[in-house]
Design a binder for this molecule. Sequence first.
Ligand SMILES: Nc1ncnc2c1ncn2[C@@H]1O[C@H](COP(=O)(O)O)[C@@H](OP(=O)(O)O)[C@H]1O
Ligand SMILES: [Mg+2]
Ligand SMILES: [Mg+2]
Ligand SMILES: [Mg+2]
Length: 304
Amino acid sequence: APLVLRLVAASVSVAEKAGAIVRNVFNSGELGVVEKDGKNDLQTQADRSAQECIVQSLSRQFPKVTIIGEEEPTGETVDESHLETRLSEEVLKVVCPQNLQSVKDEDVVVWVDPLDGTKEYTEGFLDHVTVLIGVAVNGKAVAGVINQPYYNYKAGPGATLGRTMWGIVGLGAFGVERLVPPADKRIVTTTRSHSNKLVTESIEAMQPDEVLRVGGAGHKVLLVIEGKAHAYVFATPGCKKWDTCAPEAILHALGGRLTDIHGNALQYHRDVKHPNTGGVLATYSDHDWYLSRMPESVKAAVKP
Ligand SMILES: Nc1ncnc2c1ncn2[C@@H]1O[C@H](COP(=O)(O)O)[C@@H](OP(=O)(O)O)[C@H]1O
Ligand SMILES: [Mg+2]
Ligand SMILES: [Mg+2]
Ligand SMILES: [Mg+2]
């Protein structure tokens, strides 16, 4: 199978394993919280172990592919029980889009967020948490895998806990379906724990009927895909390439758009600076309307 398909097939299995690690750490009660850059930029044992699972599992199978993860390696010996080397059969049976069939190792960067929504994870907002593995080819997000370890956790004992979604631009997405949001109101989603004046000003400018302040970039893009929100608006730096690569690819695969707040495409090549300094705007429709509503003062402060 072509490299991109094998990478996605491996990432689906690896993301499921990482999702199980995220649940196990929470069940253990030993979150091992470390402040990286103040009380709103945390790392837990789940971030560390899930990152080890993903980066070690993928780098052993794809030694020539560049893999960039959010967390620093711990330097401890690798826990072999965290490795996952199976390939998802569901992925291997699809036909890879023509333009991605002959991609070479050196054209690829894999962006890994082992746990997106860490702050919310430590506060028990468990459905805000996702595991994100994005595949970029020549600087563009082309494929993504999202595992949501606590999907359905409020649905009662009969429900299956957790889900995995994946998509390839030009093919489509699986494990998640596009649902249309209410037509009679405008619902905007944004950060819950990283707000500031720019965020507030830009949200107000969109004249929303409702604002969903929730954790996780992956989670917020899922709200847009599944019609719970019309737009994800984040007009401040903060968010990084590993936060957006996988969600962007899946949203694009389903016909939506994710850009910075000026309408520029995000870049994902290996030398790019990690922060999305131009902010994030994700929509399904009316993208240009949201861009046009963005205040000039905010645009001047949030440059790509
Ligand atoms: N001001 C900031 N400082 C550090 N990280 C930020 C940030 N603003 C956003 N982020 C990161 O972007 C992701 C989405 O943020 P939010 O949930 O607030 O919308 C989170 O990823 P992680 O949870 O993987 O670290 C968060 O840490
Ligand atoms: Mg983090
Ligand atoms: Mg994140
Ligand atoms: Mg993270």
